[in-house]
Write a protein that binds this ligand. Structure first.
Ligand SMILES: Cc1cc2nc3c(=O)[nH]c(=O)nc-3n(C[C@H](O)[C@H](O)[C@H](O)COP(=O)(O)OP(=O)(O)OC[C@H]3O[C@@H](n4cnc5c(N)ncnc54)[C@H](O)[C@@H]3O)c2cc1C
Length: 280
């Protein structure tokens, strides 16, 4: 199918993008990898696309004051190849090769993935596991929103009409940071049937500050808080059992909820083993 007619505007700056978005039934155009498909299928019929690809500075990766900040326009491929990400945000580095295929990663952006908030996407779960923050720029100025408060529902976030997601930031890894990532997809590069992004800190032979963010098992990425507590207490079997209460995955075209719940337990055992290993 072809999209419904729409106007196009190229934003010169973030402020210009916000100005263009105001008052119109407009959408931000970033990598276009999800937006263009939804337009072509007429799932969305905005009257205006505001292209942010030429806004200077939105593609920066910066490591400062114990945080890693990624501009919204950092491409998946750029993050995948970044020495800063590999060194200071290793969970994102682990996840990147699972996001679609190389052609998609060349155009798709970090901001687009998080703004789109597909419940089976890898990056939203990673930023949630890392306890990251999302910067939102709108007509009222800029604000940072914790990821725990950002993902509201199915394809629904704290972004409101006229907002631009301008950056994300996550705590930079330290020597005691432990991360783990695993997913089940029917083919490599497909959206996951179920996946898990995890972060913790080593304490002696155990773990503390465990954060488990499952994806593909609900309307948003889901923290498994009872399993986090059990893993912190060093009881993996109890953590796996706790998923029965932490997760309530609906059936979807990929798998039944029961299968997803089973897969979540398998993922947790794999990721728990990764969390024991110091980073290379
Ligand atoms: C075949 C295929 C397979 C894929 N597989 C995966 C996968 O396995 N895992 C995965 O995570 N993703 C996958 N994707 C999606 C891919 O990661 C996209 O890049 C991503 O979902 C959207 O990023 P984008 O920059 O292309 O955003 P766009 O398509 O440009 O925009 C997507 C939505 O977000 C909004 N938006 C974009 N940027 C901003 C911003 N800065 N501020 C406010 N709103 C914004 C747009 O208005 C639009 O509503 C796949 C895509 C395809 C086509």
């Amino acid at each position: 199918m072809k999209p419904a007619p729409f106007a196009y505007a190229k934003a010169r700056s973030l402020d210009h993008a916000i100005e263009l978005l105001a008052g119109a039934d407009a959408r931000v155009l970033a990598g276009g990898q999800s937006l263009i498909a939804t337009l072509n299928m007429r799932l969305s019929q905005p009257s205006l696309l505001v292209d942010i690809n030429h806004v200077a500075g939105l593609d920066r990766i910066a490591v400062t004051n114990g945080t890693v900040e990624l501009g919204a326009l950092v491409r998946h491929a750029q993050a995948e190849r970044s020495a800063e990400i590999a060194g200071h945000a290793p969970l994102i580095a682990l996840a990147m090769p699972h996001v679609g295929h190389p052609a998609i990663r060349n155009r798709g952006t970090i901001g687009g993935s998080i703004a789109f908030a597909d419940p089976a996407a890898e990056l939203p779960a990673c930023v949630l596991a890392l306890g990251g923050e999302i910067e939102i720029a709108g007509s009222g100025g800029r604000r940072w929103v914790r990821t725990d408060d950002f993902f509201k529902g199915l394809f629904e976030t704290a972004l409101t009409a006229g907002d631009v997601l301008s950056a994300i930031r996550v705590p930079a890894a330290t020597a005691d940071t432990r991360v783990g990532f695993a997913e089940f997809a029917r083919r490599h590069g497909d959206y996951a049937m179920a996946g898990l992004a995890a972060c913790a800190r080593a304490e002696g032979k155990g773990l503390k500050d465990v954060r488990l963010a499952f994806f593909g098992v609900g309307a948003t990425p889901v923290r498994a808080r009872r399993a986090e507590a059990a893993l912190t207490a060093g009881d993996l079997d109890l953590a796996v059992a706790a998923l029965a209460n932490d997760l309530n995955p609906p059936d979807d075209v990929q798998a039944t909820g029961a299968v997803k719940k089973h897969l979540a337990g398998v993922l947790l055992r794999r990721v728990a083993a990764q969390l024991k290993e110091p980073r290379q």
